[in-house]
Every structure is written in structure tokens, then in C-alpha cells.
Design a protein around this ligand. Structure first.
Ligand SMILES: [Zn+2]
Length: 235
């Protein structure tokens, strides 16, 4: 090994030891480690995402109480609903009734808190900035087809993520002026509404494991499906 790499290795090891020592001292209360860069701190749902956001969202997913606390930090009081087991396939656990995000409202819908937290971050960090960029006004309402639905994936015997409220179908957006932007009517083309819809679809992929748009298949011609199933796809 050349002298250069030996020195580089030494410097990296030193940096690592310094970081671990500093982090340990901050956990002991000697100084405040920035929350955004603390992998053991709940995410601020209204903060810009960074490389630690996926880890912080794992904390939200690990316990409903963590999810409730993350919403409380963002100034929203949410209540975890009692578990409802409908059948072997269909159940609702760790759900909340969601009627508003950081700015936009939505028709009240029960969904898993982990989905709601991601919808909040996506709306705050992706949807509203895109609306200001393309329309110069905010989104007032997220239009949707709901979350919980006791059913299998179309054309398959496997349970849909909707069967556990672990998914959400977004059909469009109502802007403050009243103008509507819907996937059914405005996905095609290169006009600002189409560009806006593609930008919010792409941005959703940073938060959800699965994002399916009209680009995926005809079943999704009129909505954006997002879920936290086990595999990842963004189409
Ligand atoms: Zn769906």
C-alpha cells in the first residue's frame, strides 16, 4: 500500500473516531447534535430531506407512537386508531384519520400512519414547491380515491397493499384558485399541468417504496398509487 493510501486510511479512521466520540458526547447531553443529522432522532416532517431521511422514516415505521410523535413535532395532533382485523387478508393497524397535510387538505381518509407521514413530507417538500413553480400558487386540496380497500391486486390472488391501508391513490390536485389538475385529464402532453404531475410522481419515489402512475399501466390511467410494500418500483 502506498504512503498516500496509508495516510488516507489513518485520516478516515481518525475522522470516524472523532464523529463517534462527538456523537456519544451529544447523547450524554454535552452539546446539541443537529436533529437533521441525528440518525436516532425522529424526522421533522416539514424539514427538507437529506441522506438520513430514509433511516429516520424507519423509526417512524417501527412504532405507531413514534409516528404520532413525529406528527406532534410538526404541530399536528393525530390519534392512532384501534386495530381492526377484518379477515386473514384485510386489516387496519396503526392507522390515523388524515384530513390535512402541511398546507393542503384532503377528504378525511383512514390510512396507516407511516403512509400519512410520507404524504405529509411529499406534500410539503415536493407538491407545494412544484405547484409554486408551475402555477405560482399552492395546492389547496389533494384529491384521492382512498387508502383502505379489502381486495387483491387486480388479476392476482395476492392481497393489495390497500387491504392493510398501506397504500394511497391520489387522483389529482385542486389549486388555491380552484383550478383542478387531474391525472385522468392532464397526464398527457407537455403543458405545465403534465410537467407538474410528472415532477410530483418522480418526487414521490423518494418517500414511498412503490409509486405507480399512468406510465405503468392502464389501471393507473387516472391516479398515482403509492405504497410501502416490500419491493421498490417507480414508474
Ligand atoms: Zn392503489
Amino acid at each position: 500500500m502506498s504512503l498516500f493510501f496509508r495516510r488516507l486510511r489513518f485520516l478516515l479512521a481518525l475522522l470516524f473516531i472523532c464523529l463517534v466520540t462527538a456523537y456519544s458526547l451529544s447523547r450524554l447531553g454535552y452539546f446539541e447534535w443537529p436533529r437533521d443529522y441525528d440518525p436516532l432522532a425522529l424526522p421533522d416532517l416539514d424539514a427538507a430531506p437529506n441522506f438520513l431521511t430514509p433511516f429516520k422514516l424507519k423509526l417512524v415505521d417501527s412504532a405507531a407512537e413514534n409516528c404520532r410523535a413525529a406528527f406532534a413535532r410538526a404541530g399536528k395532533v393525530v390519534t392512532i386508531e384501534p386495530a381492526q382485523i377484518a379477515s386473514a387478508l384485510c386489516s387496519r393497524e396503526d392507522t390515523i384519520k388524515l384530513g390535512s397535510l402541511s398546507t393542503a387538505t384532503l377528504r378525511v381518509e383512514e390510512t396507516r400512519c407511516a403512509i400519512a407521514a410520507r404524504l405529509f413530507m411529499w406534500e410539503h417538500n415536493v407538491v407545494q414547491p412544484a405547484a409554486r413553480k408551475f402555477f405560482n400558487e399552492p395546492v389547496a386540496e389533494i384529491l384521492h380515491f382512498g387508502s383502505y380497500s379489502c381486495r387483491t391486486i387486480r388479476g392476482s390472488s395476492a392481497a393489495s397493499e390497500h387491504a392493510t391501508a398501506n397504500a394511497f391513490d391520489i387522483s389529482g390536485f385542486r389549486l388555491r384558485s380552484g383550478k383542478r389538475v387531474t391525472l385522468r385529464q392532464q397526464w398527457q402532453g407537455s403543458q405545465p399541468p403534465a410537467e407538474f404531475l410528472r415532477e410530483v410522481r418522480d418526487g414521490a419515489c423518494d418517500y414511498f417504496n412503490v409509486v405507480l402512475s399512468p406510465d405503468y399501466n392502464a389501471d393507473h390511467h387516472d391516479h398515482l398509487h403509492v405504497d410501502m410494500g416490500w419491493y421498490r418500483t417507480c414508474r
